[in-house]
Design a protein around this ligand. Structure first.
Ligand code: AHR
Length: 302
């Protein structure tokens, strides 16, 4: 699926627009939808950007194809949110050889290519895992934990797991499975976990959507989520905040998807050859049940 503004030209000083190819990794979660909306609302002609946006549907081969298309279209800037960390060496080298600056968004890469990107903006996934782990260690110190992991090999999965386990310790984890950051796969993984690890009393889900899937599985098994089995998640999208308010989630670590304006500014700076920070971490917080009310949930913008 590809959307984009028509090539600027003619009147309106269109020649000055920065041509940006953005490969979004998918539309797997509420977080991702909000992130795409923020990017599309900010990378606009009003902000001096001619955006070509391509959704890879959570498949690396689709992303690599989009990146190669951006090279052949001689984009001014290539931006992308990599679905997993590895497997980018060749295409990143091709982009580098073409002399196109890369702006990395949200997730990270693990590559042998030197200086593969100019700047990165996103969340501190490791810190999110640590925050979740600290809350669990304080409130459920003896919990048998089932870890519902995001897409295996993604920066968000690898770093959240590392940060979380660093605090709670490997021995606290009774089982793990990936739900690929989606509600449907989160539910399936939780259904299997209830059979395989019946002593589970807390789920750490790497995002809200999988946590919401876990709620469905736990309720279908006749148990009460948030009570019989506690649930800790990451993201804090509106549906997740509602589950927290309803007592079905116990703690939610925020992952902020709304950084389109900051991204647009970074892109302009990179294009102008200005100095930019190598990393920009977006601001985020965390929520307990008592921290929010219905008005807060209703006003949550995503
Ligand atoms: O990379 C960010 C993660 O990706 C979000 O936590 C998750 O919801 C999304 O799918």
């Amino acid at each position: 699926e590809e959307t984009g503004t028509a090539a600027a030209g003619g009147e309106g000083g269109g020649d000055e627009l920065v041509r940006v190819g953005f490969s979004q990794l998918g539309a797997e979660s509420g977080w991702r939808t909000a992130n795409t909306e923020s990017i599309q609302a900010s990378l606009t002609e009003e902000n001096g950007i001619d955006l070509t946006f391509v959704d890879a549907q959570q498949r690396q081969e689709n992303q690599i194809r989009a990146l190669r298309d951006f090279v052949s279209q001689d984009m001014d800037i290539i931006a992308f949110s990599p679905v997993i960390e590895t497997g980018w060496d060749q295409v990143l080298q091709e982009i580098k050889d073409a002399g196109i600056p890369v702006v990395l968004v949200d997730r990270t890469v693990d590559t042998t290519v030197e200086d593969p990107f100019v700047t990165w903006i996103g969340s501190d996934f490791r810190a999110e895992g640590v925050t979740a782990g600290e809350w669990v260690a304080e409130n459920f110190p003896d919990a048998n934990i089932f870890e519902l992991q995001g897409t295996l090999g993604s920066g968000a999965q690898v770093d959240r797991q590392e940060g979380f386990r660093e605090v709670v310790g490997d021995d606290a984890i009774v089982g793990e499975a990936s739900g690929n950051f989606t509600r449907a796969e989160g539910r399936t993984a939780m259904e299997a976990a209830l059979q395989a690890y019946p002593d589970t009393d807390l789920v750490f889900a790497h995002n809200d959507d999988m946590g919401l899937g876990a709620i469905e599985a736990i309720e279908a098994a006749g148990m009460v989520p948030g009570e019989d089995i506690a649930i800790v998640t990451v993201d804090a999208v509106k549906d997740g905040m509602q589950a927290l308010l309803d007592g079905k989630f116990n703690y939610v670590v925020e992952c902020n998807p709304v950084f389109g304006d900051q991204l647009a500014e970074l892109i302009q700076q990179v294009h102008a050859g200005e100095e930019v920070p190598e990393q920009t971490f977006v601001e985020e917080t965390a929520f307990e049940q008592a921290d929010i009310d219905q008005a807060f949930v209703d006003e949550r913008p995503y």
